[in-house]
Design a protein around this ligand. Structure first.
Ligand code: FAD
Length: 817
């Protein structure tokens, strides 16, 4: 090696630091100088959001290497606080500025490596001390210090990409109510919309507010509050984090005359050389080839940056290493959910003109009979007719990473879905199934490509329904069908299908569905072998429901408190554990019912389930069956509920649901007048204080009592908007039924009540909620009046006439107000 060789590196984090370390390992004699304009080198960018959220507690943990340690280990001249401001390729020198003193110095190089990274995009006009971007350690401390000092209650994260979601999760974990504003129809752009729907539901269930198809237009600050104007609506927040993407930090390269593309990315060869062969560039600042489509793009990720640093160092030391492209493998934790992607999504496949097909599978993370199995939703894209795997997207709670890594390896190896079906992967019940979810994805895709089954997709359903020549059959059990189905489908359970073939017209095309696609496939095989032209819905009802079903309610922050239950006839109570993980609705409820039936009064039934709907079903189940819900906890996609068989006695808390008594009081509030609302809530509070199970059903004008006065933007049709404008927005704006005098009467009543120390309507509502009064908004009236759930105050359930009648049956009094 040439002892006088001088190699300069610009940027001391992912690409720069790995290039420096590799260089030293290959060339003990070269002089290596690393310039970093910040104070830190080799820090954990990817860990920064978790420091804000408090999961990483040590500041020092964010720096993987100190300049001193790096210097000592690798004998590299690390100069932090030094910014390279110009490159002169002719004289092979750079101009370096000492950030603290402003002093500049010219430095000679034989070879130069650039790894300046990417910088966050900051839209013009977004200037306030309450608005942040996050790129490095100082940004992180700034955000954390602001939160510690001002204790914000609300935050807006602009942008729903990977980093935006990490930030939102970490803010929400700190108890800051967080809203994500996302321009497109789904979060996480590498995912397709259909796979993002489960993520939307999960975010919302964790209390994050999601505004899709929306964008922030303008922000102003007044009295410590940010007023945010959106494309649709407005909102206020105590702080904002901008996460609208990054752009290559390539000005230095461009000014030096190195070739950059239209996006500003530095153009490099497969050896990472720029247009000047003595200058290399790596990491987020370079244009990189997409491994699948072979198109050049901008894919800023840590893994590629590190690998490119290694390739540049190799090449500079005479090793012919090449960088063969990035496939965008990425993974993210969204609270306890995991989302991973590799390869291309549908948008990229279409843009590249690839003829592809897709399949959706839903498998358990390990053997369903072994405790703790949770579900994985896998989508793969594959080329037609070769079956070459193009991309994979996985959403689940356990084992997502290893499945996506297997698929990433398969893509890198140029494998096909036929190969996936053959892969022999590790199996024992706690880890996987004899047919791993990756094998299952391969089987499903192979069946499509070999013509064993034709498929249709969730987005085809509406179009197909318009054709009279099509028949739609749901082959799930009757109980599943009754629990929810796609409009227009008739129910013929799979086990009855052979006996009921005569009901189907052979001249028509049959479109079948089941819960996840497996029974639909079996049905399709039966039907096609009896001469029917048949297609199976890929992903089944579950996927369709995830996309089109009603929103998942936010998980209650406080679960019902334990109540004391005694049963003098059963002195030896036992706990019966039921594992319903991996079962779909109504499987868990049916298993629970069987266990409760078999238990003695006073016994506890503890059920674990991975069915996302279970947490909301269990309360109704207990209420209807007169059992007591002791507690519900959720973690990593598994809900555990404890139910005591029997009725309550000596309960010190508000009487919970589950009481089979019929002394409840049922109020139906039709009116939106202030005086009538006050009367209703006074009576409801009194009833709750007497220990009576109390519910108020709000219908038509009564719904206005429940509207949030400062509800954020909600998408509505024209009529919905008209109604929204004309009706009073919340309890504080209600008129009096008589002597309203343009609102003066209502103000006077409020003043008189205050003077006489009578609780205001708002206090009465809060008191009713805290005493367990159930507030139910009529779903039909909401629909008619264009009122959305997001517009209602917290703690309101949505119900129909059946819910009101159920309350009436449990009550000895119903009042219509
Ligand atoms: P960087 O690591 O950004 O380093 C560039 C360095 O160059 C900077 O320190 C900068 O100060 C310095 N510099 C720039 N210009 C000059 C100059 N003229 N003179 C001197 N110094 C200069 N990727 C993942 O794969 N997974 C993740 O989970 C993940 N999470 C992330 C979370 C956050 C909050 C952020 C910001 C990024 C995350 N990334 C993640 C992206 C990942 O960090 C980047 O892809 C990677 O760091 C890029 O490496 P790089 O060397 O190109 O640039």
């Amino acid at each position: 090696m040439n002892p006088s060789r001088r190699i300069l590196i610009v940027g001391g984090v992912a690409g720069g630091a790995s290039a420096a370390a590799r260089l030293r390992r290959l060339d003990e004699h070269a002089e290596i100088v690393l310039f970093e304009r910040g104070e830190h080198i080799s820090y954990a960018n990817c860990g920064l959001p978790y420091y804000i959220g408090g999961e990483i507690t040590e500041k020092a943990a964010l720096s993987l290497q100190t300049p001193e340690a790096f210097r000592k280990r690798y004998r590299i001249d690390v100069r932090v606080g030094h910014e390279v401001v110009s490159i002169f390729t002719g004289s092979k020198t750079v101009l370096v500025r000492n950030v603290q003193t402003g002093e500049t110095l010219s430095e000679r190089y034989d070879k130069l490596i650039l790894s300046p990274g990417a910088e966050p995009i900051r839209p013009v006009g977004f200037n306030s001390e309450r608005i942040f971007t996050l790129r490095n350690i100082p940004d992180t401390f700034r955000i954390r210090d602001f939160i510690d000092a001002t204790k914000p209650n609300t935050a807006v994260v602009v942008g729903g990409g990977y980093i935006g979601l990490e930030r939102a999760e970490n803010l929400q974990r700190l108890g800051i109510e967080t809203t994500i504003v996302q321009r497109s129809d789904h979060v996480l752009p590498p995912l397709d919309f259909d796979m993002a729907c489960d993520v939307h539901r999960h975010l919302e269930s964790q209390g994050v507010r999601l505004l899709l198809n929306n964008e922030v237009r303008r922000v102003t600050e007044k009295d410590g509050t940010l007023n945010v104007s959106l494309k649709n609506g407005e909102l206020t927040a105590d702080m904002m984090i901008l996460s609208v993407g990054v752009q290559p930090d390539s000005k230095l390269a461009k000014d030096a005359g190195l070739t950059v593309d239209e996006r500003g990315c530095i153009v490099v060869s497969k050896n990472m050389q720029t247009s000047d062969p003595d200058v290399y560039a790596v990491g987020d600042a370079v244009a990189i080839v997409d491994f699948v489509t072979k198109r050049k793009g901008f894919i800023p990720l840590a893994g590629p940056a590190n690998k490119q640093g290694r390739v540049a160092a190799d090449h500079l030391c005479g090793i012919d290493s090449t960088y063969t492209g990035t496939q965008g493998s990425a993974i993210l934790r969204v609270f306890d959910m995991t989302v991973a992607t590799t390869g291309v999504n549908e948008q990229a496949a279409k843009a590249a003109g690839i003829d592809y097909e897709k399949s959706f599978t839903w498998s358990t993370s390990h053997a369903g009979y072994y405790p703790g199995a949770t579900n994985l939703s896998i989508k793969i894209l594959f080329e037609k007719p070769s079956g070459k795997i193009l991309g994979a997207q996985i959403v689940g709670f356990d084992g997502v990473d290893k499945r996506c890594d297997v698929l990433a390896t398969a893509i890198r190896g140029g494998m096909t879905v036929f190969d996936l079906a053959k892969l022999e992967l590790c199996y024992a019940p706690p880890y996987s199934s004899a047919k791993d979810p990756v094998n299952m994805a391969g089987f499903a895709a192979e069946n499509i490509l070999t013509g064993k089954v034709g498929v249709f997709h969730w987005h085809d359903v509406d179009t197909l329904k318009k054709d009279d020549g099509n028949v739609f059959v749901d082959v799930r059990t009757k109980i599943e069908f009754d629990n929810g189905h796609i409009d227009g489908f008739v129910n013929i359970p799979l086990d009855d299908l052979r006996g009921r073939l005569g009901e189907l017209d052979t001249s028509k095309r049959i479109f079948v569905t089941c819960q996840i696609g497996v029974r639909g496939y079996a049905a399709a095989r039966i039907l096609s072998q009896h001469g029917f032209d048949v297609r199976n819905l890929s992903g089944g009802y579950r996927l369709h429901h995830s996309i089109f079903g009603p929103k998942t309610p936010a998980r209650s922050k406080s679960f019902p408190k334990p109540v004391s239950v005694t049963d003098s006839t059963n002195t030896e109570t036992k706990t019966v554990k039921v594992d319903a993980c991996g079962l779909q609705c109504p499987g868990p409820i049916m298993k629970l019912a069987a266990a409760v039936n078999g238990a003695n009064s006073g016994d506890i039934v503890e059920i674990s389930t991975t069915d996302p709907a279970f947490a909301s079903d269990i309360e109704g189940f207990c209420r209807r069956t007169g059992n007591v819900l002791i507690e519900t906890t959720s973690q990593r996609g598994t809900t555990v509920a404890k139910i005591r068989k029997g009725t309550i006695s000596g309960a010190t808390e508000t009487p919970p649901t589950g009481s089979s008594e019929t002394h409840g009081k049922n109020f139906i509030v039709f009116s939106g007048d202030l005086d009538k609302a006050i009367a209703a809530f006074i009576m409801a509070n009194a009833s709750a204080a007497l220990g009576r199970k109390t519910s108020i059903f709000f219908t038509f004008w009564g719904l206005n009592i429940l509207r949030k006065p400062d509800g954020g933007p909600v998408e509505k049709d024209f009529l919905g908007k008209m109604f929204g404008w004309m009706m009073p927005k919340g309890s504080t704006r209600l008129p009096l039924s008589k002597m309203n005098w343009g609102g003066l009467g209502a103000t006077m009543i409020r003043m008189i009540m205050k003077r006489k120390n009578i609780a205001s309507l708002e206090e009465l509502i809060e008191s009713a909620k805290s005493h367990g009064v159930e507030l139910v908004a009529c779903s039909m009236s909401m629909d008619v009046m264009g009122i959305k759930q997001e517009e209602l105050i917290d703690g309101v359930k949505i119900g129909g006439a059946a819910a009101m009648l159920a309350h009436a049956e449990e009550s000895d009094m119903s009042l219509f107000i």
